[in-house]
Design a binder for this molecule. Structure first.
Ligand SMILES: [Zn+2]
Length: 95
């Protein structure tokens, strides 16, 4: 799926429609001291594999998230693209 690298969209900080730079969202490192992770570690303590429960359903395609940077106030906000795509987004430069 193609997407332009500059789009006009609403900025929640300027409270009006401005031009935004589009970048791909990159997931950061997960903290080992996060509350949910500690809870999971405590629950699986003493066991070698997964805990019993619901079998996870794996979707074939993922929803893509992009980072939008306002060219006026230089603040960033995120946008998730509604439709699922099997391939990563291709940011194309608009001439
Ligand atoms: Zn702005």
């Amino acid at each position: 799926m193609d997407m332009p690298d500059k789009i006009k969209t609403y900025c929640p900080y300027c409270k009006k429609t401005t031009v935004h730079k589009v970048k791909m969202y990159k997931k950061g490192k997960t903290r080992s001291t996060a509350k949910g992770q500690l809870h999971h570690d405590l629950k699986t303590k003493g066991y070698t594999s997964k805990i019993a429960g619901k079998v996870p359903v794996y979707k074939q395609a993922k929803r893509q998230t992009v980072v939008l940077e306002c060219t006026v106030c230089h603040k960033k906000h995120y946008k998730t693209i509604g439709s699922r795509t099997k391939k990563q987004l291709n940011l194309k430069r608009k001439e």
